[in-house]
Write a protein that binds this ligand. Structure first.
Ligand code: NAD
Ligand code: 6OH
Length: 486
């Protein structure tokens, strides 16, 4: 058994707790190490340190100095790139190649992007004629909220955490972050990078633990937290919103999805098959943006189902560092139980199983891991729970459709509203249809292609607010308007 102990980072120092929990590998069920669980007093110390940092040297950093610091953090992550890859892979079981090209690369990019945006951002200025004939100027300045609580999930741990930490620091806040209990390692490494990059004590704090009656709840309930940003399940978002209501704190929520892909008969067929394969099975389907509902125009429906089945059955499932591996394990056995529950429910709801539907057998240590097969269903009725609830696993349902209006109605008939992907060569149709989906993001002939300056977020159960580019700067700052009559 490993002796690794992951600690909190509070007021510039690593600190332990008497209470710990095990970090379990989803690849083979091994105990990777122990993680400290913050109690209420440690969370209080972290928030108090963050608040104190608001009146320390950090308050005197100019925007340009904060941008320089973000660049040093980016360089610090790059310098330990492979350590971050190893941490992310150990906690999640994802392919090493994905950790390199997506997770850790994006973490670096997140800090660089917000450093650049910060240098370019300016306030608004308006000129008017005052009653005495003077030219009066109104301008706005951005200021930090103060202490921002950042609560992140396990599916893209470092990517999603840094997507929030970078703009929060760019705007001059202090942060207390609480990564998912399932993925504590990369956040702990990030604390080391913060320390080594010279982030002033108290500006970046990290507490480990669970949600209810643990670090997550203690943090969101803390009265000195000024704003809360959260990525995770919609239900958890609702709970956190109640906590935020005390003190009327600002929130930003990136929540679940039950996203659709719509494939028209005029699409580039091979590109659409490859795109939907990626959109349904990347990260074993554990991306909030994954397409779990696929609608295919009837003339190409049968051919599409056959091609997606062939593609799914060619995906290589295995150890993260195996040559050519496409899909790793799910995050945990607990999550696998949930996904397997949907596999069972789909059959009860009348699904035809086109592919997968079970647990792969390896005949080695991976049989103790949290693997499932990529799974494709057809023939579910639109009201089936498997078409309404987020599974968050490597699974999609394919249904035929006949008209644009019909598919629009079926796609929009969802409590979620995160993303839709359209596959068509008819760009006029794509433009007209895109705006009619009740979602935050539409991709046309692609998926998960992100310019980090664009707004990101969802409608209804999928979230509150937008982050990305200046939308992040808006969330992570307060604006004061100053009107000057010279
Ligand atoms: P989760 O809601 O279970 O947990 C997320 C985080 O919240 C964890 O750190 C957890 O410890 C904490 N938490 C749980 N209960 C809490 C409470 N009562 N108070 C404070 N903190 C609490 O989500 P998850 O299972 O880790 O992540 C998967 C979910 O995240 C999926 O629904 C997925 O769609 C969603 N997600 C959404 C986006 C997006 O951008 N829209 C991105 C990634 C993931
Ligand atoms: C959800 O699982 C993925 C979210 C992705 C982003 O927030 C992003 O910035 O790419």
């Amino acid at each position: 058994m490993s002796t690794a102990l992951l600690r909190h980072f509070i007021d510039g120092e690593f600190v332990a707790s008497p209470q710990t929990f095990a970090n379990i590998s989803p690849v083979d069920g091994r105990v990777l190490g122990q993680v400290c669980e913050a109690d209420r007093s440690q969370v209080d110390r972290a928030v108090t340190a963050a608040k104190a940092a608001q009146s320390g040297p950090w308050a005197d950093y100019s925007a340009s100095q904060r941008a320089d610091l973000l660049l040093r953090i980016a360089t610090g992550i790059e310098a330990r790139f492979e350590d971050f890859v190893a941490a992310e892979v150990a906690d999640t079981g994802r392919p090493v190649q994905q950790a390199r090209t997506l997770d850790v690369a994006r973490a670096v990019q997140n800090f660089r992007t917000f450093a650049e945006l910060l240098r370019q951002s300016g306030g608004e200025i308006f000129e008017m004629r005052g009653a005495d004939g003077n030219d009066v100027f109104s301008y706005s300045v951005r200021k930090p909220h103060g202490v921002v609580a950042i609560i992140s999930p396990w599916n893209l741990p470092l990517l999603l955490l840094t997507w929030k930490v970078a703009p929060a620091l760019a705007c001059g806040n202090s942060v207390v972050v609480k990564p998912s209990e399932d993925t504590p390692s990369s956040a702990t490494l990030l604390a080391e990078v913060m320390r080594d990059a010279g982030v002033p004590a108290g500006v970046f704090n990290l507490v480990h633990g669970f949600g209810p009656n643990s670090a997550g709840e203690f943090l969101t309930a803390h009265r000195d937290v000024d704003a809360i940003t959260f990525t995770g399940e919609s239900r958890t978002g609702a709970t956190i919103m109640k906590a935020a209501a005390e003190g009327v704190r600002e929130v930003s929520f990136e929540l679940g999805g039950k996203n659709a892909a719509v494939v028209f008969a005029d699409c580039d067929f091979d590109a659409a098959v490859a795109g939907v394969l990626r959109a349904s099975f990347t990260n074993a389907g554990q991306v909030c943006l994954c397409s779990e509902r696929v609608y295919v125009e009837r003339p190409i429906y049968q051919r599409f189902v056959a091609a997606l089945k062939a593609g799914a059955e060619q995906l290589k499932i295995g150890y993260p560092d195996e040559e050519g591996v496409n899909m790793g394990s799910l995050i945990s056995h607990k999550h696998r139980d949930k996904v397997l529950g949907y596999f069972q429910l789909a059959l009860e709801e009348g699904a035809t199983l086109v592919s997968g539907g079970g647990i792969p057998q390896f005949g080695d240590a991976r049989d103790q891991g949290a693997y499932v097969q990529p799974t494709i269903w057809t023939d579910l009725p639109d009201h089936a729970r498997c078409l309404r609830e987020e599974v968050f696993g490597p699974v999609c349902h394919i249904a035929p459709f006949d008209t644009e209006d019909e598919v629009l109605r079926r796609v929009n008939d969802s409590a979620y509203g995160l993303a839709t992907a359209l596959w068509t060569r008819d760009l006029k149709r794509a433009h007209q249809l895109s705006r009619r989906f009740r979602v935050g993001m539409v991709w046309v002939n692609t998926w998960f292609l992100r310019d980090l300056r664009t707004p990101f977020g969802g409608t209804r159960l999928s979230g509150v607010g937008r982050e990305g580019g200046r939308h992040s700067l808006d969330f992570y700052s307060e604006i004061t308007t100053i009107c000057v009559n010279p």
